[in-house]
Design a protein around this ligand. Structure first.
Ligand code: SF4
Ligand code: SF4
Ligand code: SF4
Length: 264
């Protein structure tokens, strides 16, 4: 089975959002009501149960030169898939093609995956009590097609192919690559971000380019007790699953309470 990747090339993206539209169309996702965003051109401003990818518009000065930089944001499809490890009911599948996919029919809405994700990706829908995110278009990939966003891109800023071949190709061409070996928590990501042009972006603030576009230096999240349960056997894991769901409800309520206190 081939392990695939998707390259997002910061240097050739023109911010047209054809990928954002294609994602909606292929996955049959409802349109969002958008409003004026005083912070910039990113719209919708965030991911949601009905918006699985967005284009973020970053602007500023690099030296004396103004620039616009576009960043595609969606699930990174991590090889270690901490979201899947956190799920007490195994509702998140890790496919050999590289995709990390939530099964809505199995999801019980506990939201452990949200706390485990270091990239703030899965989004909870209170109406269905399910969590949603990008699927890597696994339905297309398993039928020999590239993901919908890749097909729609007019500048080839998105490229789909065998993960290792993509990595070698862009490294050989002198690109900086984010995602090939992030850390133990994430592993490698099946979305690879590449740039030559923006390699010094953020340097004036002492940041690496990928930190400056919003990736944490050492991405991590919260893995619940269920992980420990898995390591000591299936029976205990089942027990842990029941406990984890109860714990999740308590833990989440506590986090919301803490967040409310901080915001006051
Ligand atoms: S980015 Fe988040 S949701 Fe996507 S595979 Fe990684 S941990 Fe899971
Ligand atoms: S909300 Fe809970 S059950 Fe649903 S995918 Fe996330 S961790 Fe699994
Ligand atoms: S379709 Fe391609 S060029 Fe347009 S915003 Fe998406 S990645 Fe960038």
């Amino acid at each position: 089975m081939t392990e695939y990747g998707i390259v997002f090339n910061l240097d050739t993206c023109i911010g047209c959002r054809a990928c954002q539209t294609a994602c909606k169309v292929w996955n049959g996702l409802k349109a969002e009501e958008t409003s004026f965003n005083p912070e910039g051109y990113t719209n919708p401003v965030d991911l949601s149960p009905n918006t699985w990818m967005i284009m973020e518009f970053l602007e500023g000065l690099m030296g004396d030169s103004p620039f616009w930089l576009f960043k595609k944001r969606q699930c990174m499809h991590c090889s270690e898939a901490p979201c899947a490890k956190a799920c007490p009911v195994n509702a998140i599948e890790v496919h050999p093609e590289g995709a990390v996919v939530i099964r809505p029919d199995k999801c019980i809405g506990c939201r452990y995956c949200i706390e485990a994700c270091p990239y703030d990706v899965p989004r909870y829908d209170p109406i269905s009590n399910k969590v949603y995110k990008c699927t890597f278009c696994i339905d297309r990939v398993q039928n020999g097609l590239a993901p919908a966003c890749v097909e729609a891109c007019p500048t080839d800023a998105l490229e789909f192919g065998p993960w290792e071949e993509l990595l070698q190709k862009y490294r050989a061409a002198g690109y900086e690559v984010y995602g090939d070996n992030v850390n133990d928590y994430v592993g490698r990501t099946h979305y690879l971000y590449v740039t030559r042009k923006f390699r010094n972006f953020g340097a004036e603030e002492g940041k690496k380019w990928y930190e400056a576009i919003g990736f944490p230096e050492n991405p991590t999240g919260a893995l619940p007790l269920i992980e420990a349960g898995r390591n000591v056997g299936v029976g205990l894991a089942a027990l842990a699953a029941v406990g984890a769901v109860a714990h999740a409800i308590y833990w989440r309520a506590k986090r919301i309470e803490e967040r409310n206190k901080t915001e006051k």
